[in-house]
Ligand binder design. Structure first.
Ligand code: 7RM
Length: 643
């Protein structure tokens, strides 16, 4: 057995992957960091690894905050994920290994996936979808979801994938913002042996929406659904006669590949825009180097396609690299709490990329579940979505990786498109809890408010100081919001919204969000989003939400609500308000705690002091209250939290 070694003190453990791992690693020479100091040369060389119809005229045009990467180049994402693998032995290699929730499985080779994508691309064309028109996808984790994404990319129609767990209203807002005419969905989804009414949500979402002309339905569960004649059509009917011949559209490098909505500090989600050439360069390079991708790897990223991790490291990164991906429809606890480990054993997964929140849940369930399965195929583990506590890191290392597998902790965002801070496991030593160092060709600094670098060990804000190829280009139809949210703090430097520090070895330790975004199980929810839903309820006068520490989820939402005149408080009302949020946004936004209170703690200028709410929700002593307009508000709140 090959083993890495730990050096140093308990508090500053350093793990060096085994010599065997390092020797065989794709990137084994630390020289790469120095070489990538010439950023543009580095990224240009990486771009050349993709298949282009026409070479670019310039590597980067940077008119802050607007970047154009590989301008003048022509490329297609679907071509890079599929066609270019059809010449050699990858043709018959599995592209997707699908594991359905009920235990059904399906393998699609690259040739088969290519055929399905071409057919569906022709279906989309026959529905009237044109280059540049945004198609919305609202689906469970089934192969047709990936096929739909790649078919959109093939014909140059940007996709907007909406997470299948979002509510009808959240879906409606996103369809309207994107102006989609075509929606791709499924009849239902399997969830813990039951079915979720996906199409029913779609019908509810589309009430009052003018724009949608066609709804394409994939039959997954066979449940009864309502059909609107002329509008609703079935995927399998359309695919029967579709031609498998559909050349990939030659797209400009800077044409939009997709938009993906993410929570920010105001109520309305932002449509983050990603383009084609730079994005593919970024995700394929990071996927290959950070996950040490080899030809025979079985790579499993457990993220849903509704999130950026699903886009970049389930679909576009791995498929451009010709990897075999595992696509899993279900949850870790169904039918048993060993489902993940059953899948690792069944398909001999070699690389597993998952979230700290899942790892903490596995910890709670106990090592008995992974212990009864054969996990010896695993050789590398990865985490994403939130800071991982060293204890969870050690558990993952010991009980899943059996002390053999390096763990790559990857820091990045919807907006960055690609991983920005993470180890190269053949080169970078690891520290549990640290995402280690910026990727070659990526420049990150920790700055204070004024934009000056802070001392090592001091907490500051994460800033990305040079443009990178997979960066967001704008917020869909709202360039001012793009400038305000990310580029107004410091000129020409990207504000990530995270607090962090760098240690004496140059290792990054991410602390978490510094803005009003709550990270629940790795999913971003804006406090303003939840608050604006609450105040729509007829009983509510005012609302404030905060994130409180949660053992498994990282953070949970706590809401503080004042009621309108004449509305009586009751436990039923508390339940009703929690449910209201779940219906309006989705179950992930349901607050764990909801306090009805007479008053919210405010400053004299009327700003809610969230710090005080945080102290109350966490059951801590309340800090400085000198800015408080009325101290009786806090006394009432303290009573609440004790009751
Ligand atoms: C990929 C993704 C982004 C936010 C980000 C951080 C947090 C993500 C890590 C992390 C510490 C990590 N996109 N975050 N990865 N914090 N260590 N490895 O999650 O747009 O949904 O969220 O997630 O706060 O700003 S996201």
């Amino acid at each position: 057995m090959t083993e890495g070694v730990f050096k140093g003190l308990e508090e500053n453990r350093i793990f060096q992957p085994s010599e065997d791992f390092r020797k065989k690693a794709l990137i084994a020479d630390p020289e790469i960091y120095a070489k990538a100091e010439d950023r543009l040369a580095f990224w240009e060389e990486r771009a050349a690894d993709l298949s282009w119809f026409k070479k670019w005229d310039s590597v980067l045009q940077w008119n802050p905050p607007h970047a154009r990467w590989f301008d003048g180049g022509k490329i297609n994402a679907s071509y890079n994920c599929l066609d270019r693998h059809l010449e050699g032995p990858r043709r018959e290699k599995p592209a997707i290994i699908f594991e359905g929730e009920p235990g059904d499985s399906l393998v699609l080779t690259y040739a088969e996936l290519h055929r399905e994508v071409c057919k569906f691309a022709n279906v989309l064309k026959s529905m009237g979808v044109k280059k540049g028109e945004v198609v919305t996808i609202y689906m469970p984790m089934v192969p047709e979801a990936v096929i739909a994404m790649l078919a959109c990319a093939r014909i140059g129609a940007p996709h907007s994938v909406v997470f299948g767990g979002f509510s009808a209203e959240a879906l409606r807002d996103r369809i309207n913002d994107a102006g989609s005419k075509v929606l791709i969905t499924s009849d239902g989804a399997f969830r813990r042996g039951k079915t979720l009414p996906i199409k029913q949500n779609v019908c509810a979402a589309l009430k009052g929406v003018q724009g949608i002309e066609k709804v394409i339905i994939v039959n997954r569960t066979g449940i009864d659904i309502e059909i609107i004649p002329n509008r609703d059509v079935f995927y399998h009917d359309l695919m029967k006669d579709a031609s498998p011949d559909c050349p990939a559209e030659q797209m400009e490098a800077e044409d939009i590949l997709f938009i993906l909505y993410t929570s920010g500090t105001t109520g309305k989600p932002k449509g983050v825009v990603h383009t084609t050439g730079g994005y593919l360069t970024g995700v394929s390079t990071t996927h290959q180097y950070i996950f040490d991708i080899k030809e025979d790897d079985i790579y499993w990223c457990t993220a849903d396609i509704g999130w950026i991790t699903g886009h970049s490291y389930l679909v576009y990164g791995p498929l451009t690299n010709g990897s075999t991906i595992v696509l899993f429809e279900g949850t870790p606890d169904y039918p048993e709490k060993d489902r993940f480990w059953e899948i690792v054993e069944k398909y001999k997964v070699t690389i597993l990329y998952t979230a700290p929140t899942a790892i903490r849940t596995f910890m709670k369930w106990g090592a008995g579940y992974p212990d009864k399965r054969d996990l010896s195929s695993l050789r590398l583990l990865g985490t994403v979505g939130e800071p991982i506590n060293p204890e969870a890191w050690m558990w993952f290392f010991k009980h899943i990786g059996k002390e053999r597998c390096p763990i790559v902790d990857t820091w990045w965002q919807t907006e960055t498109g690609m991983i920005m801070i993470a180890p190269l496991p053949g080169v970078t030593n690891l520290k549990p809890g640290s995402c280690t160092v910026p990727f070659p060709g990526v420049k990150v600094e920790i700055l204070n408010k004024a934009g000056q670098p802070v001392q090592n060990g001091e907490v500051g804000f994460v800033a990305i100081t040079e443009p990178w190829p997979a960066m967001l280009r704008t917020v869909y139809q709202d360039d001012n919001r793009f400038k305000d949210a990310y580029w107004s703090n410091w000129p020409e430097k990207y504000f990530a919204g995270d607090g962090a520090k760098v240690d004496e070895d140059g290792y990054f330790w991410i602390i978490g969000r510094v803005d009003d975004v709550i990270n629940v199980s790795g999913h971003r929810i804006g406090t303003a989003e939840v608050e604006s839903v609450l105040v729509e309820h007829p009983a509510v006068a005012e609302a404030a939400c905060i994130g409180k520490t949660h053992e498994l989820k990282g953070q949970a939402i706590a809401a503080f609500v004042t009621l309108r005149e004449g509305v009586a408080s009751s436990d039923e009302l508390v339940d009703e308000l929690k449910k209201y949020i779940a219906v309006k946004i989705g179950a992930i936004a349901r607050p764990d705690d909801l306090y009805l209170t007479e008053e919210l703690p405010k400053t004299r200028s009327g700003k809610i002091i969230r710090r005080i709410l945080r102290d109350i929700a966490e059951g801590r002593a309340i800090g400085d209250t000198t800015t408080l307009a009325d101290s009786s508000a806090v006394e009432a709140l303290q009573k609440l939290s004790r009751s």
